[in-house]
Design a protein around this ligand. Structure first.
Ligand code: ACO
Length: 338
């Protein structure tokens, strides 16, 4: 039987600068009331001018390693999932690997939109389950403020910057990652897109003036796909794990919109108090939102060994993903050894 892979340390980082809805009222034609009623978002964090995604990832990675009491040189692999890499290449994961001192690790980037952490968790766990690697660091980091169109009220109010990380290690079968389900619906790729700057559309001053270097989104269509798709992909992962929705102690879902969290919870039959919500304080941080939410509940002492945790994500691609984890870490306390 394959050995298992489990999360043995969690960490996150958000930049210091807070951008409130009231601040946004000064920038575009919007209101705190509209944003709160339509999304549940009250504020978001914005990276400093000299902070790139790797800087956020390094902080989150250091905190996760400290929590796991794992030395950087013991890492075999660093995986970074991001829509906003520092640059096309080198991979952000290589920059992070170097900065952390993970001198014995390989490193690569993945891009799976807001579902990113679930894709990276599944990939990282399989390197361990196959007996190839002992310690894998999985990080999702985003600086969406760099690709937001700050003149478009229908998108710019939604996004924020941040990073979250988890260290994975082997565990006995039956613990840690029990199952995952990864979906892609590329036919809906045009609903959430950054059109310029790649090999399809080279940026020109004219295209930059038209904001083709910024994210474009059909929010309403994404909303419908998410509310329909989340319960489906979650049910597949729950079935594969041999557990039911009533066994789930906590749902760590992509934080795009409080209305999506509520609707998905209702369709799954999981009460609101089991659904982690951080969208009010961080907004939508794309791939980073799931590990940020995980760190939030973990550091509040909300997870206990044996708890069934359901991870669910959706986002650019259009991707969907879910993972079921039997939690093995003791609740975080400030006394947890560094
Ligand atoms: N302030 C005030 N009014 C606004 C704003 C704003 N910030 N944004 C839009 N409006 C207006 C619109 O212009 C529209 O006005 P109209 O009726 O006069 O035309 C009205 O509000 C309603 O607009 P809708 O787009 O229908 O609003 P909706 O209730 O659907 O909420 C939202 C929009 C928040 C974007 C929602 O659709 C949503 O959350 N979608 C999901 C987005 C998402 O989950 N993305 C995930 C992936 S992100 C990633 O991968 C990076």
């Amino acid at each position: 039987m394959l050995r298992g892979a489990t999360i043995c340390g969690v960490g996150s980082y958000v930049p210091e600068r807070v951008l409130t809805n009231t601040d946004l009222e000064e920038m575009v034609d919007t209101s705190d009331e509209w944003i709160v009623n339509h999304t549940g978002i009250k504020q978001r964090r914005i990276a400093a001018a000299d902070q790139a995604s790797s800087d956020l990832a390094i902080m989150a990675g250091q905190r996760a390693l400290q929590d796991a009491a794992v030395r950087p040189e013991d890492l075999n692999l660093v995986i970074v999932n991001t829509l906003t890499p520092d640059m096309f290449f080198p991979a952000t994961a290589c920059l992070v690997q170097d900065a952390l001192g993970a001198t014995n690790a390989g490193a690569f980037d993945m891009s799976s939109g807001c579902t990113g952490f679930i894709y990276a968790l599944a990939a990282g766990a399989n390197f361990i389950r196959s007996n190839d690697y002992e310690y894998v660091l999985v990080i999702s980091a985003e600086t969406l403020s760099r690709i937001a169109n700050w003149t478009d009220r229908s998108t710019c109010v939604l996004f924020g910057d941040g990073a979250g990380a988890a260290v994975l290690k082997p565990c006995p079968p039956g613990g840690g990652l029990l199952s995952y389900a990864l979906d892609s619906h590329g036919e809906h790729g045009d609903l959430l897109i950054l059109p310029g700057g790649g090999s399809r559309l080279r940026l020109t001053p004219q295209l930059i003036a038209e904001h083709k270097d910024c994210l474009e989104m059909e929010g309403h269509e994404i909303f419908k796909l998410a509310v329909r798709g989340i319960p489906q992909v979650a049910e597949v992962a729950l079935d594969k794990a041999g557990v039911s929705a009533s066994d789930v102690a906590a749902v760590v879902m992509h934080q795009a919109n409080k209305r999506i969290l509520d609707a998905a919870g209702q369709r799954l039959g999981i009460p609101n108090e089991r659904i982690v919500c951080t969208v009010d304080k961080y907004g939508n941080t794309s791939a980073a939102s799931v590990p940020l939410a995980l760190d939030d509940i973990y550091r509040r002492g909300g997870l206990h060994p044996g708890d069934i945790v359901l991870f669910v994500g959706f986002g650019a691609g259009f991707t969907l993903g879910a993972a079921v984890v039997r939690w093995t870490l003791e609740p975080f306390t400030t006394n947890t050894p560094a």
